[in-house]
Design a protein around this ligand. Structure first.
Ligand code: 5GP
Length: 205
């Protein structure tokens, strides 16, 4: 029997480096799928529909939520964000691991929906001052947006203890290595094992 995939949920305040970490995990491991969320926010420069997000109107988003097409959804900064259900079910059933870059609200819902599949990880910045410095470095966000994001960051950080693992991103390479270790450990959980040598059948309960 094929093992089910791992749902690796990564959450963090904006600016802590979670997208960079998620991208690095996927670059090193092309088998790792990325859950492409639906959002009602505008694309930022360099973002492509269907790759970074599925960009939709609020009306379309609400229709998807009402039809049960979203595994989880939440409102962040007044905009809708949600995880399309179909690709997740297909990926997990066929044994593919998937990484989710979602917020604490999404983590709670996805853990409730798929309790056996979720392994979660929270990324903390080394300090709040450093987080603000990183947010200021993002050209696409205005001062007002940065102030809003710092408030949102504190709200996100308040949930850090709900996660299975916590990483402090002071050194990006180390943070990536730690995230990779968490994924590898999840894959090696006894309940998920596949492809073990055939003699093991003798030792099954
Ligand atoms: P951004 O607009 O900067 O891409 O994302 C803003 C926040 O929304 C981030 O914390 C991100 O993790 C979260 N987010 C992105 N996609 C989803 C999703 O599908 N569901 C939930 N609950 N949060 C999401």
């Amino acid at each position: 029997m094929a093992r089910r995939g791992v749902c690796l949920v990564i959450s963090a305040p904006s600016g802590a480096g979670k997208s960079t970490i998620a991208n690095a995990l996927r670059a090193a491991d092309p088998q790792l799928l990325h859950s492409v969320s639906v959002t009602t926010r505008q694309p930022r420069p360099g973002e492509t529909d269907g790759v970074h997000y599925h960009f939709r109107t609020m009306e379309q988003f609400e229709q998807m939520a009402a039809a049960g097409d979203l595994l989880e959804w939440a409102t962040v900064f007044g905009r809708g964000y949600g995880t399309p259900r179909g690709p997740v079910e297909t990926a997990l059933a066929s044994g593919h691991d998937m990484v989710f870059d979602i917020d604490w609200q999404g983590h709670r819902q996805i853990r409730a929906a798929l309790p056996e599949d979720v392994v979660s990880l929270f990324v903390l910045p080394p300090s709040l001052a450093e987080l603000e410095r990183r947010l200021r470095g993002r050209a696409s966000d205005h001062a007002e947006e940065i102030a809003r994001r710092m408030t949102a960051a504190r709200d996100e950080i308040a949930h850090w203890q709900e996660f299975d693992h916590v990483i402090v991103n002071s050194d990006l390479d180390q943070a990536i290595a730690e995230a990779r270790s968490i994924l590898v450990a999840a894959r090696l959980q006894t309940a998920r094992q596949q492809g073990l040598p055939s003699f093991i059948a003798e030792f099954e309960a």
